[in-house]
Design a binder for this molecule. Structure first.
Ligand code: CDT
Length: 317
């Protein structure tokens, strides 16, 4: 029997610094309803979806920083989203800033959760590839202080199979924004049989350091990363932006759903709240996975050790 799942990418327009959680959650709920009306059983929301993308500001006061973090999930503001998910029978991926106490120590992570169609949290991922810097950089017109506000994720790149026929019993994986640019992200999930990668992103349309990158090129790099990841690992991806002019910084749109062939199936047309959806035939993943990217037959791990034993490149003299 065919394994199909209809998924939605729920792109968000800007969230201003003063926009309360309740207003944001209402926007997410409106998109979840629209996704359900399109037949979707799974919604993907952006990275840090509940607030503005706050790493663009240097905040010396950690009390102020903490206003952007969630200490419980669901909490009072997010509970209505979970209730709606259970009512509609729609699962979701949600990115948020997580503050959590473990063994008596507080930690902050850039996190995404996988919530099943009964509104139970069944998976958690914490961003591994944190971009940017940890101290104020006066040369930049805006900051990218993820390395200041978040710790490197400590959960690796797991995959999950929810055993839910409405979700095609898909093998699912999660990553967040900058992770999508790193082939290692995709290959680790590929080695865990991933069929559907969900990812949210907050990408400024311009590089704060210049470097000749215009918005068109930045958009190209986004799709290139998703297309290569899907093709090389035989999986689908749903990549979802928070877009538009947010607190003075133009954020890239271009949310899309990519097939295992590397082709873009559907993409957003606006920089605002917009829902895209596609029905994925998960059995299509098996073609790449059993032919050109049959890992068991063709990988040559005896030559790959350097990938996990060093970070910086070491060119010859
Ligand atoms: N959020 C995030 O990871 N954004 C980065 C931009 C990095 S610019 C310092 C991205 O890879 O899109």
């Amino acid at each position: 029997m065919a394994r199909n799942v209809t998924v939605a990418g729920c792109q968000m327009g800007p969230v201003s610094r003063n926009e309360g959680r309740q207003v944001v959650v209402k926007r997410l709920m409106d998109m979840m309803r629209a996704a359900h009306a399109k037949g979707a059983r799974l919604c993907v929301f952006p990275e840090t979806a509940l607030t503005t993308f706050f790493p663009r500001w240097y905040m010396p006061d950690w009390n102020e920083v903490d206003t952007f973090f969630e200490t419980e999930m669901p909490g009072p503001a997010t509970r209505p989203l979970f209730d709606l998910a259970a009512e509609l029978g729609v699962g979701f991926y949600l990115g948020y800033a997580e503050k959590i106490q473990e063994n008596g120590v507080w930690h902050r992570y850039n996190t995404a959760i996988l919530v099943d169609r009964q509104a139970k949290i069944v998976g958690k991922y914490r961003k591994v590839h944190l971009p940017g810097h940890s101290e104020l950089d006066p040369k930049r017109p805006w900051q990218h202080l993820e390395k200041r506000y978040f710790e490197v994720g400590n959960l690796g790149f797991p995959t999950w199979r929810l055993h839910d026929p409405e979700l095609g019993n898909a093998v699912m994986g999660m990553c967040i924004c900058n992770d999508r640019r790193w082939p290692e992200t995709w290959r680790v999930m590929g080695l865990r049989g991933v069929e559907l990668v969900m990812l949210g992103y907050n990408t400024p349309s311009w590089n704060a350091l210049g470097g000749g990158e215009d918005p068109k090129l930045r958009l190209f790099h986004n799709q290139l990363s998703l297309q290569a990841g899907c093709y090389q690992n035989g999986c689908y991806a749903v990549g979802v932006a928070r877009a538009g002019l947010e607190d003075g910084v133009e954020m890239m749109a271009g949310s899309c759903i990519v097939a295992p062939s590397g082709e873009v199936m559907v993409e957003t047309r606006t920089s605002g709240d917009e829902v895209i959806a596609a029905t994925l035939d998960l059995d299509v993943c098996q073609f790449n996975k059993s032919t050109i990217f049959n890992f068991a037959a063709h990988r040559r791990i005896e030559h790959y050790g350097i990938i996990t034993s060093q970070t910086a490149a070491t060119p010859p003299e």
